[in-house]
Design a protein around this ligand. Structure first.
Ligand SMILES: *[C@@H]1O[C@H](CO)[C@@H](O)[C@H](O)[C@H]1NC(C)=O
Ligand SMILES: *[C@@H]1O[C@H](CO)[C@@H](O)[C@H](O)[C@H]1NC(C)=O
Length: 631
């Protein structure tokens, strides 16, 4: 661990304020904050996961404002630094690179800018997430473009795809690879896994991890005695039955070879100790975090088996230039690279071409997913349930019929910040293309029971297993892990609200470099303790949200309806249209069974409000209700 004396570092504040550090023109300047140093080892890693298209960084949050171009420069500078000291540095990405940001979602076809930007980074080992496999054309783009872009570095230990050119089922990418690091000569055997995902489109096959590890090729691969480190990367939560079985299977053959796991999917920072020589790192989400791992005491090609016990160290780097410059030990003029700046420009150009900065309205306040209780007036789900959906969800053919609309909380992916609501915001908060379906004339009480059943997941529904919270696809990913109370992630304390407002408006709170700002952000507690975050933050509280929310849709009575008819609609109607986001249909089918709703969804459900997608409803509502007031 970094020595306590080295903990506090600040660059001169003035140079940061004036220099235009952030690469994207509209990105906020990073805020100087106290930092912990990295502990370098023989072998070092940088890790990204669940970037979901956020390659422009966060344009409303200074701590996460670096873009993929800055990361290209950072990785190159870090590699130079490592190699100049005879060390090695490798880059890892563990999937869900697609869906979740306008840079990916808003182009037609989707992702045309993203893949070229992604490939500018040299990544040594990468794997697929579940989002790469939901749609046929997404996985085919992965197979035909991304896999070749990362020649041999993309691994798919348990994914096959039907090759669109030959119609044959083939591995999405090589199952594993063995390589030797340049400087140290560390021999690494690497795998790339996806958790036991079942929601993929039928052109891909995800083999359960438990079966893959029994395959001959895997058993043969792990027999290799000339391995200094097993490297398991995957879109798999680091605390999961999948990683537990892989760990055990490798340990059965190699009782003491070091194993480093990199995981994702859970959208959290986490570090797990499997045993004294095996650790796993999860590096958050949405380009907020660059994970760092170092390992010392490894065997090498030349020296053979290590004599000393290996030591592991982890740091979660906040994705901003203040942190990057500090860790690369460079000032701004020596940090930036032409290649990185070119990549930043590619992102800027793509954002312009996609009109992502167009302002549709101005949010009068912040709306949070989990930083405030649900329900409450600053909760995004309360806003959806009480304002957006009742105002905008209507099916003309169901004129005069009340409805109960169910939306899963996972359909919303991010908070809304006070201020401009842009084209980009639209895709950020709800990237999904899902519309609505409904069952007509359901007894109101039964419809309400369906919601109760959905909210008792995962205990009632068979779709998930108890303890497998990460398989719950209804709630936002960040919450799927809340039952694991070791993780205090992204906690927010109300007293810090004032500071946070200042942060959002990019006002430096203290101009005295000797009194560093401690601002709200990640405070991670993991198996390594509570010193993993590079930036020292104050906490942000998180509140639980249900799996699903419901909005009560009153019948639309236009001016031709008489008062008599208006009165005829009882306040508590006996029958309602049971409306739901189509993404949750298989959960609805199960929940209906438990609720005594005897319908055949295949035959009796229909599209509600054709062409009405949640994202579009939100956008239309914002345009009408959140006018920008110019001061
Ligand atoms: C996949 O198909 C959908 C629907 O036809 C389209 O909107 C999307 O842009 C396509 N995506 C890719 C990656 O081609
Ligand atoms: C950066 O872009 C410029 C202009 O397109 C090009 O001439 C140059 O070769 C690029 N440099 C790198 C390192 O990619």
């Amino acid at each position: 661990m970094a020595s306590a004396a080295a903990v506090f570092h600040l660059l001169a504040l003035s140079s940061l304020i004036t220099s235009g550090l952030a690469a994207q023109p509209s990105a906020p300047q990073p805020i100087p904050a106290p930092l912990r140093d990295l502990q370098w080892g023989q072998l070092n890693f940088l890790h990204t996961t669940d970037t979901h298209g956020w390659l422009a960084g966060h344009l409303q949050e200074p701590f996460y404002s670096a873009d993929w171009g800055d990361y290209v420069s950072f990785a190159t500078r870090m590699r130079e630094k490592a190699e100049s000291e005879g060390r090695d540095l490798l880059l890892v990405d563990t999937g869900d690179r697609v869906e979740g940001n306008g840079l990916y979602d808003s182009s037609r076809p989707q992702g045309i800018y993203l893949s070229d930007i992604l490939k500018q980074q040299h990544i040594d080992v990468l794997s697929s997430g579940n989002h790469e496999l939901y749609k046929q054309n997404t996985s085919e783009a992965e197979f035909l473009t991304t896999v070749p872009n990362f020649r041999g570095n993309y691994l798919a230990s348990n994914i096959d795809i039907i090759d669109p050119r030959t119609q044959e089922l083939v591995p999405l990418a090589p199952r594993f690879k063995k390589f030797t690091t340049q400087k140290q000569g560390i021999r690494i055997l690497a795998f790339g896994f996806l958790f036991d995902f079942t929601g993929n489109y039928k052109n891909t096959v995800v083999q359960p991890v438990e079966e893959t590890i029994k395959e001959e090729w895997f058993q043969e691969a792990i027999q290799d005695r000339d391995v200094d480190l097993f490297l398991v990367v995957g879109h798999v939560p680091v605390r999961s039955k999948e990683y537990t079985v892989i760990f055990k299977e490798i340990r059965n053959v190699h009782w003491d070879t070091p194993i480093q796991f990199f995981g994702g999917h859970a959208h959290i920072r986490d570090y797990v100790k499997y045993d004294s020589k095996a650790y796993g790192l999860a590096s958050g989400r949405f380009m907020e975090t660059i994970g760092f791992i170092s390992i010392d005491g490894l065997g090498t090609e030349k020296a053979g088996v290590a004599v000393a016990a290996p030591t592991f160290s982890r740091t979660y780097i906040d994705n901003n230039l203040f942190s990057f410059l500090h860790h690369a030990d460079l000032d701004e003029s020596r940090f930036h690279m032409e290649h990185g700046q070119n990549v930043s420009r590619m992102i800027e150009d793509a954002r312009k071409a996609l009109h992502l900065d167009i302002v549709h309205g101005c949010a009068p306040k912040d709306l949070w997913m989990t930083r405030v209780p649900y329900p409450s007036d600053k909760n995004i789900y309360s806003w959806l349930e009480n304002e957006v959906l009742p105002d905008s969800l209507r099916d003309k053919s169901r004129h005069g019929t009340p409805a109960l609309a169910i939306v899963n909380t996972g359909a919303i992916r991010f908070d809304i910040f006070k201020g401009p609501f842009t084209q980009d915001t639209t895709f950020i908060i709800s990237p999904f293309t899902n519309g609505f379906r409904y069952i007509k004339d359901v007894p109101r009480e039964t419809a309400e029971r369906v919601l109760d059943v959905l909210n008792s997941q995962p205990r009632v529904l068979a779709v998930t297993q108890p303890g497998d919270d990460y398989r719950n696809e209804l709630a936002p990913p960040i919450q799927r892990n809340r039952d694991h109370d070791m993780i205090a992630t992204y906690n927010f304390v109300p007293e810090d609200k004032i500071k946070f407002e200042a942060l959002l408006h990019q006002v430096p709170l203290s101009s005295e470099p000797s009194r560093p700002n401690i601002l709200p952000g990640y405070m991670t507690r993991d198996d390594g303790g509570d010193d993993g975050d590079d930036t020292i933050h104050s906490p942000i509280p998180t509140f639980r949200v249900p799996n699903c929310i419901q909005a009560s849709i009153q019948p639309d009575l236009d001016s031709t309806d008489s008062d008599v008819k208006r009165e005829a609609v009882p306040a508590e109607p006996e029958k309602v249209d049971l409306v739901y986001v189509d993404f949750i249909e298989r959960h609805m089918i199960e929940a209906a069974k438990f609720s005594g709703l005897d319908v055949d969804f295949k035959k009796e459900s229909a599209v509600y409000m054709p062409g009405g997608r949640l994202t579009d409803l939100i956008l239309t509502w914002v345009k009408e209700n959140w006018k920008c007031v110019h001061e």
